[in-house]
Design a protein around this ligand. Sequence first.
Ligand code: FE
Length: 302
Amino acid sequence: MGTIRAVDRLMQSRPTIEGAGVKLKRAFGSPHLPLFDPFLLLDDFHSDNPEDYLAGFPMHPHRGIETITYLLQGRVLHKDSMGHSGAIEAGDVQWMTAGGGIIHEEMPQVSQPALWGFQLWANLPAAQKMMAPRYQEIRRDQIPAVSPAPGVTVHVICGRVAGVEGPVREIVIDPEYLDVTVAPQTQYDHPVKAGHRVFAYVLDGEGRFGGQDGRSAGVETVVLFADGDVVRVAVAGRAVRFLLVSGKPIGEPIAWGGPIVMNTREELTRAFEEYRDGTFLQAGPSTARRPTRPGPQRRSRN
Ligand code: FE
């Protein structure tokens, strides 16, 4: 039995407006650097009112990061400047490695009874920031559900639980991305790698995270753990569901300009110059389309 990770801090996600006017909640972002390294941002979009999300995220660039979209309810149409397009449906995951550059749009569709999903940003180390862009597109039925202990169900998106490996593979930061449900009156110990950053984000119910001095966390709370080998959650009267995410910290300088995250100011400036000049994309068919809406600095996440 290893060291149970204590809770470093709890934070409530907060309302914010992103893209072309999407109302969502941000669990963490640039004000919290470098607490979540290698992760940069987690957004929770959850609404039964299409006016909150239909404006979507029109064409915008990404470089130097990975964006990971996990949709629980609804539908998001996706299209990029390299001619790639498709729909992210309920239960699906899109793990997009922007690497050297992607220009894309993400447009939520009218969803009944609600749109509900998450976008996580993972940073890339300097050596991989300009890697070739790629997608891992995972359909709901490709995500295994395992029960590592009685009363515990884990959907394994990335990582390995009870000998079952999730479908997302070969990611630079060696991440784990799990959707965990723990039944009432149950305690679950989940092994994690010492030295990796680990956080949980509560979707439903309430759980007590950490060891002896554990802390209770409810819906829309992000739980950042201190170091250790085991994440412990204890559940009282009502089941808890949470995302559990871990990854190897990068520990490099971060220059963050909206949707582009590099190591230095110079790299950031160059990226935005290339975007303006139409030379942003490193490879692939020249189907890049210039944005017709305001540029990235004005509408970008930060
Ligand atoms: Fe994007």
